[in-house]
Design a protein around this ligand. Sequence first.
Ligand code: UD1
Length: 340
Amino acid sequence: MKKIVVTGGLGYIGSHTVVELQLAGFEVIIIDNLSNASEAVLQGIKNITGTLPTFEKLDLRDKQTTISFFKKYEDISGIIHFAASKAVGESVTNPLLYYENNLSTLITILKQIQHKKNISFIFSSSCTVYGQAETMPISENAPIQQAYSPYGNTKQIGEEILKDTAKIAEGLQVISLRYFNPIGAHESAEIGELPNGIPQNLVPFITQTAIGLRKQLSVFGNDYPTEDGTCIRDYIHVVDLAKAHVTALKRLLEKMNKTSFEVFNIGTGKGSSVLEVIESFERVSHQKLNYKIVDRREGDVISAYADTTKANTILGWKATSTLDEAMLSAWKWEQKIRTK
Ligand code: UD1
């Protein structure tokens, strides 16, 4: 059984990916510092797959412990690297935290693995690297725009670090996955998103409002140049996204990659407006959502959805869930965690 390390494996996307890895027959070792995740997620994973993954509580900023970790697990075949901070606003007020958490840890890991004979590496990147792209849908050839937040910058620089390192490290093969907007939860409602404090993202804010935790959802602007005036995003079911990681990992393990550093957009290819997401929620939950239109949020791009041709044809992966299915899973998860 091939051993795969998943950093940030107790987090939202990480935990769903651990499940798909186990179901695909991999042995998983999770690293997490529990800064934005709970150890209870391990039980949720076990309830789905029947297997408890190995868990090492470790902060990747601690170099010595990280070095010891890679000595202990020297027979690993791959790493899926999720561990990072992701709040755009916080990155503006505390940039060094973001550069340290998202970049110095990446360098520490790469130093430990760059001399390995064969190591596959999957990086969590974001469509934020494209900024407001000029044409829709966004293909991997769209120019990288100047990042407007330190968070976005760490994703751009992270990709550069990996590209340069993979050029000289013979055994290192990298795929960077540029995610669009992950939403939803595992259909079993055993694992899902656990936002810290007030959610910044749309879908957890919707479900928390519906369950009565928040009074009202603010829709940030309805005067954008889109059909209904609200922003357009490409919302992808987190389980589809998790499966993309397994497909990308297999591509590297089976040496199907064309270059030592490849990128793929991971989205559905379909854009939905904020109001369409609300309508979808109302449809699947059979209730009205309390929301009001407020001013635009600073820094929001008008529209971002993926051209998935490269992921579909070269990677051989395709999102299969609909927006309604994703919203229903998010709602089931919210109901489950509030009635515990
Ligand atoms: C945001 C980040 C992105 C990051 C991603 C990680 C910004 C500008 N972008 O994506 O870089 O990779 O999170 O999770 O912060 N909305 C509301 N009301 C709300 C919340 C959101 O109307 O309470 C709207 C937003 O204006 C946007 C859409 O919903 O149009 C999606 O917002 P969000 O979930 O925050 O995702 P992004 O902004 O796309």
